[in-house]
Design a protein around this ligand. Structure first.
Ligand code: SF4
Length: 422
């Protein structure tokens, strides 16, 4: 049996698709570009636009593979199971229970199985590993979120915080290292809350230490991080490991205190700036990246200017700026002061200009440095700080080499391998 899969959304979705593919391969399925017997769309609901793209992907895969069993899972189908079924899906799952989904596909039973995410109590361990051909692997250590930011639907699609115990994190990391992966990306829906559901309440640093010790040959990259996790002790423990990548993606969302308060975020700009300083002290030259929501309800022009100035104060390498998206049922959807799409898009463009300057400045600061590049092709890859790097000569895909950076071409660093690291 052949399957085709399309994934929207975050790293957790990518990871869960990889795990589902592993389970399908174990059950005798093979991937295909065309003529699939089963098409699977792992959907996203984080914005209205991702919901629209999810529906579009289902329609597209269905029409390209007439007669195939159509399977839809993920956050959009969790939130909108009826609308998903109306698209013609044969199997509708939500964001949980991938083992049962693999079994349902095998049996090819038309099924509707969207559970109540708030009833989920245990973390669902999925097989460690990545689809062959990828150089970096993702390791999901946490699911769910208890924060209920006023704009976000994720707690309603993913349920409460559940975590993979540290010893299981270590076992999965060891498997990935054994399989030859040189980089492990530690992901989850809200990894700063890691462990609050586990006996003894281990923290994120405990999980990262377990992973780093179990996979000493791999470098460890953290996925998107709430700034509240980044204490002095957290930075010291991670820096002491020696194989944690100096790249941190922080969920900023706004650089204006009154907007952060209305968003229900748990920090202000002063606390966030202290987090950036802490990370830079522990990881000199590290790359900091962030997310920014443009045009949150009630965000004035002055509020947004404050946000742009704050991006510069933080000295980010890159910021993913996107328009606020109304998610029905959230507190923010009912707030006064909703901006038009044009107003929000204009702010995204404004942010883009600031981000382009910041990006250029960070890339230029890398000239003269030696970066450890994991090669994803024979001539390009990413440094430990996640900057894209291209070399003039040839390298071996999947290996890590030291590259002396001597130039910048657009958003890519240029250089040459200085010495072989392995
Ligand atoms: S921390 Fe806030 S934005 Fe992130 S998933 Fe939880 S509720 Fe959503």
């Amino acid at each position: 049996m052949k399957y085709a899969v399309y994934t929207l959304g975050c790293k957790v979705n990518q990871y869960e698709t990889q795990a589902l593919e592993t389970m399908l391969r174990e059950r005798g399925f093979t991937p295909t570009e065309s003529g699939a017997d089963v098409v699977i769309v792992n959907t996203c609901a984080v914005t209205a636009e991702s919901g629209r793209k999810s529906r579009q992907a289902v329609r597209r895969l269905k029409s390209r593979n007439p007669g195939a069993l159509t399977v839809v899972c993920g956050c959009y189908s969790q939130l909108e199971p009826e609308q998903t079924a109306a698209l013609g899906a044969d199997i509708v799952f939500g964001s949980g229970d991938k083992h049962a989904l693999a079994d349902a596909i095998v049996r090819a039973l038309p099924a509707r199985q969207v559970d109540d995410p708030f009833q989920r109590r245990a973390f669902e361990p999925l097989p460690a590993g990545a689809v062959s051909g990828r150089t970096r692997a993702m390791l999901k250590i946490q699911d769910g979120c208890d924060n209920f930011c006023t704009y976000c639907v994720i707690p309603y699609t993913r349920g409460r915080v559940r975590s993979l115990p540290p010893e299981q994190c270590a076992a999965q990391a060891a498997d990935l290292s054994e399989a030859g992966f040189r980089e492990i990306v530690v992901t989850g829906i809200e990894i700063a809350s890691y462990g609050k559901d586990l006996p003894g309440r281990p923290g994120l640093a405990d999980a990262v230490e377990a992973i780093a010790h179990a996979a000493p040959k791999a470098r460890i990259r953290l996925g998107s991080l709430e700034p509240t996790a980044v204490t002095e002790a957290f930075c010291e423990r991670l820096a002491a490991l020696g194989n944690v990548c100096p790249h941190f993606h922080l969920s900023l969302q706004s650089g204006c205190d009154s907007t952060l308060k209305r968003m229900g975020r748990k920090y202000d700009t002063a606390a966030f700036l202290a987090v950036c300083q802490r990370l830079r002290a522990a990881f000199p030259g590290c790359a900091l990246t962030a997310d920014l929501i443009c045009g949150f309800p009630g965000e004035s022009g002055e509020d947004f200017s404050q946000s742009l100035a704050f991006l510069q104060a933080c000295g980010f390498f890159y910021v993913h700026a996107f328009p606020y998206s109304v998610r029905p049922g959230t507190k923010a959807a009912a707030m006064p002061g909703q901006l038009t799409l044009e107003e929000k898009q204009a702010r995204v463009r404004q942010a883009g200009e600031v981000v382009a300057r910041l990006q250029r400045a960070y890339l230029e600061s890398c000239v003269g440095r030696t970066l450890a590049v994991l090669f994803e092709t024979g001539s390009s890859g990413h440094g430990e700080n996640y900057c894209p790097v291209r070399i003039r000569g040839k390298a071996v895909r999947g290996r890590v080499e030291n590259v002396l950076i001597d130039g910048v071409d657009g958003a890519t660093l240029l250089g040459d391998v200085t010495n072989r690291t392995e």
